[in-house]
Ligand binder design. Sequence first.
Ligand SMILES: CC(C)(COP(=O)(O)OP(=O)(O)OC[C@H]1O[C@@H](n2cnc3c(N)ncnc32)[C@H](O)[C@@H]1OP(=O)(O)O)[C@@H](O)C(=O)NCCC(=O)NCCS
Length: 304
Amino acid sequence: MSAAEDRGTAAQPGDGTSGDGTSAEALVDEARRWWQTDIIDIRPGEIALRGYPIEQLIGNVGFVETIWLMLRGELPSRAQATLLESALVASVDHGPQAPSIAIARMATTCGVPVNGAMASAINVLDDIHGGPGQQCMELYLEVDAECEQGRDLDDAVRLVLQRRRDAGVTYIPGFGHRFHPLDPRTPRLLSLVDAAAADGTVSGRFATIGRAVEAAIGAGKPRPIPMNVDGVTAVIYCELGFTPELGRGVFILARSVGILAHASEQMVQGGRIKGPLPKSIGYTYTGPERRSVAGAGDERRSTS
Ligand SMILES: CC(C)(COP(=O)(O)OP(=O)(O)OC[C@H]1O[C@@H](n2cnc3c(N)ncnc32)[C@H](O)[C@@H]1OP(=O)(O)O)[C@@H](O)C(=O)NCCC(=O)NCCS
């Protein structure tokens, strides 16, 4: 609520005061303070991001470094940016079988323009598809906090997984995959984290935690439940000091690339009102057998 609203008075045009005599300068000052940001400073002829003039950033700083600068306030080291970039590259696309990508393509065939197709797709990147990285980061951070309290890693993992089970969580976010017995992105990304830990870019702590969680949830199962792309990028985002919310956000930034590519390809291919399956392939109806409304005749045979 503004100071004027708070006082229940309206600014009086023309006399330089509000109804209660607040000066025009005070009102303008209040208006200036309405939005406050450390991110960008714009004046006529000048733009600076986190204090850096845009003309110095352009041509000298990469897009991934700019993402980091915008989100974290400082420029990353080259090694930090390279590790972040590897996670972003891994996440750009998972084909039309991934609901977000299918939705972008279906929306396009319904005539939705590119912004609508992208927004529709991004909307489903929630806790179950695309977004589990955020919950996985929360889990890793909880394990880390338990270890900080002096608990041994395996105990901490057991305790945190038990807390999830007690809360009714049966699928641990960041593990398992419907399509890949072993997600090909995981070993490659983990090897990059290990290399970054070896050269001191990151601690390697969260790679250790991620592996311990994978071992614990797979224990006693006939098949392993391997870390998926959300689980391994969660390792990277924790290693790099991102918050869980930012982890989900940067995943969405990456997946937006695939979403845009598929929406754009579908626009070129054309097609109208494409559903999730060709119409020759039915779905499974599980409702009641055909039955009659009391008193109704066979309406299909009646003539008007
Ligand atoms: C991705 C996912 C839906 C795939 O599931 P699925 O391959 O159909 O797996 P199923 O439901 O057939 O489960 C097979 C077994 O593995 C277990 N399992 C699978 N994923 C698990 C997980 N993330 N945590 C714990 N157990 C899991 C199941 O409980 C089941 O065990 P059971 O046979 O003893 O009952 C599932 O692993 C999941 O929900 N993961 C968490 C969410 C996530 O990370 N999503 C992003 C995917 S990229």
